[in-house]
Write a protein that binds this ligand. Structure first.
Ligand code: SF4
Length: 242
C-alpha cells in the first residue's frame, strides 16, 4: 500500500433514525426469538464490525447467549486488547478459546509456523487446528449458534439466510444481520456508539489472524485483505463451510 489515503475507510453514512431504529428492533427481536427457543445458544465473535453489531444486540436484548472468541495464537495485539474493551464496555464476559498445544506442535513440525503461505492444504490445516477444531469443541453441546455473517460480505455468502442448518454439527445456525447492507452496518455502529476494532481505522474492513489479513484499497473487494494470495472461492477458513 503506497498511501494511507488510498486505503479502505470506515464508511461515513447517515441513515434516518427511523430506519436505524427499525434495524435495531429487528436485530433484538431476532435474538430474543433465538434465545427463547433454544436454551444453550452460543455466539462466536471475531470482534470485528459485524460481530460487534450482534454483540451490541445481545448485550441489550439476549444476555443469556454465551459469547466466545477464538484466540488462535496468531491474532493482532489489537484484537486481544479489543476483547477487554468490549467486556468492559458492555459488562459481559467473552470466553477466549485457544487451540490445543499438541495440534499446533504437529502443524509446525509438518508445515513450519507460516507454512500456510506455501500450499492451500497447509492453509486449510492451519485454519483447522487454530480455528475449526476449537470452534467444534466450543459448540459441543450447544442447541444453536449465531454468527455475524452478511450476504454482501463476499461472493461465497450471497445465498445466506437468517436460519440455516449447520450440517456438520446438526444444530441450527442463525445469522441475525444476514440482510444488512454495508451502509446499514456502519451507520448502526456509529449511531449506537459501538466500540470498534482499532484496525478498522487502518484500512481493514475484515479482521482475522495477523499473518493472513492486510489492509485493502478503497476499490478492493471487502474480503480482498483475507488470504490475499488465494482466489476468491478459497477465502474462507472452514468455520462456515457446509
Ligand atoms: Fe492459520 Fe492464517 Fe488460518 Fe489463522 S487465518 S488459522 S494463521 S491459516
Amino acid at each position: 500500500m503506497s498511501s494511507n489515503s488510498h486505503l479502505w475507510q470506515i464508511p461515513k453514512v447517515e441513515l434516518p433514525e427511523s430506519h436505524l431504529s427499525k434495524l435495531q428492533n429487528n436485530l433484538e427481536e431476532r435474538l430474543t426469538i433465538i434465545s427463547s427457543q433454544f436454551s444453550d445458544v452460543r455466539f462466536a465473535t471475531s470482534l470485528a464490525a459485524e460481530d460487534m453489531a450482534v454483540t451490541d444486540g445481545i448485550a441489550k436484548s439476549a444476555k443469556s447467549i454465551h459469547i466466545f472468541t477464538l484466540f488462535t495464537g496468531r491474532l493482532h495485539a489489537e484484537t486481544v486488547e479489543m476483547k477487554k474493551t468490549v467486556e468492559s464496555h458492555y459488562g459481559l464476559s467473552i470466553d477466549a478459546v485457544e487451540p490445543q498445544a499438541q495440534d499446533i506442535q504437529a502443524f509446525i513440525a509438518q508445515h513450519g509456523l507460516n507454512g500456510f503461505y506455501d500450499s492451500e492444504e497447509a492453509k486449510k490445516n492451519c485454519c483447522y487446528v487454530r480455528k475449526v477444531k476449537p470452534l467444534e469443541l466450543s459448540l459441543n453441546g450447544a442447541d444453536a449458534w449465531i454468527t455475524g455473517l452478511r450476504r454482501s460480505q463476499s461472493v461465497t455468502r450471497n445465498e445466506l439466510a437468517f436460519q440455516e442448518l449447520d450440517e456438520v454439527r446438526g444444530i441450527p445456525k442463525f445469522n441475525p444481520i444476514f440482510d444488512w447492507t454495508d451502509d446499514e452496518l456502519w451507520a448502526y455502529l456509529a449511531w449506537q456508539k459501538v466500540p470498534l476494532h482499532p484496525l478498522h481505522q487502518k484500512g481493514y474492513p475484515s479482521i482475522g489472524c495477523e499473518p493472513c489479513t492486510r489492509a485493502i484499497r478503497a476499490d478492493d473487494d471487502l474480503r480482498a485483505g483475507r488470504w490475499w494470495w488465494l482466489n476468491k472461492e478459497s477465502k474462507e477458513c472452514g468455520l462456515h463451510l457446509k
